[in-house]
Design a binder for this molecule. Sequence first.
Ligand code: ATP
Length: 273
Amino acid sequence: MALLEVNNLRVWDAHTKRVIVHNTSFTLEEGKCLAIVGESGSGKSVTCRALAQLNKKSLCQDGEIHFRNERLQILSEKQMRKKRGKNFCMILQNGMTAFDPSCKIKVHLFETLKTHLNWEKKRSERKMIQAMESVNLKNAKEIMNKYPHQLSGGMLQRIMIALALALEPDIIIADEPTTALDTISQCEVMEQLRKIRLNMNCAIILVSHDLGVVRNIADEVLVMKEGKVLEKGDTPSVFANPAHDYTKYLIKTRSTISDNFIKLMERSNLVKS
Ligand SMILES: Nc1ncnc2c1ncn2[C@@H]1O[C@H](COP(=O)(O)OP(=O)(O)OP(=O)(O)O)[C@@H](O)[C@H]1O
């Protein structure tokens, strides 16, 4: 049984009737990493948000999404809210937008852990210190007392990953989690994601423009263009024998950026053996 099964997912704009995601189907197995690739505007983020039913109200969706055989569309918003965080955890492009700028980091963290796990502050603090240390955030207590603008993009991204560690979700949906980061932080964030997966057997849906990273981390790849799935398959096969010219084009043009990145990972012994 697949952890997540998506059948004929379709998303459209209720006002313009424009279809943004066309009849998309895929499955995600327990503990596996599925990468969604495609150029800007191809519908990757809208697809990810549709899974967690987090698109704007002006976007409608149909099709079927089963999580552990449970059909998500029939759940109420309250039931769905419980699933987000505990079962699905989203790590977004820009950590800054995930946090309320007027609150200290700890407020967001403790509220999230209270909502999903019903933990009291003390327990949340203990768990977050442990999780933050495991993603190389030293002085966790001090960091939690800061406001988002007082921390770097890389730190905020790692805090989101630490929160995911604490929540122990079944699926992490990471939508271009390293876009806003410098190369060193990108490398660290990807490594942390891989660690989470290894240590918690957590499945990952990774949206990335960087085909070098995808090749390195993903078990399966889904190629999207103009809201349609052009190609999907296991990573080595897609890279060795891309069926579509568009996939060939992406592999050719989107892998070079990551050469330095891969070298850096190799140097730090972070590349998958
Ligand atoms: N709330 C919305 N209302 C109407 N159209 C939207 C909305 N959100 C996204 N779109 C449109 O849906 C299409 C797909 O957007 P999406 O953000 O999923 O692309 P993407 O592949 O993730 O791109 P990028 O790589 O740049 O993040 C785009 O044309 C975008 O303008």
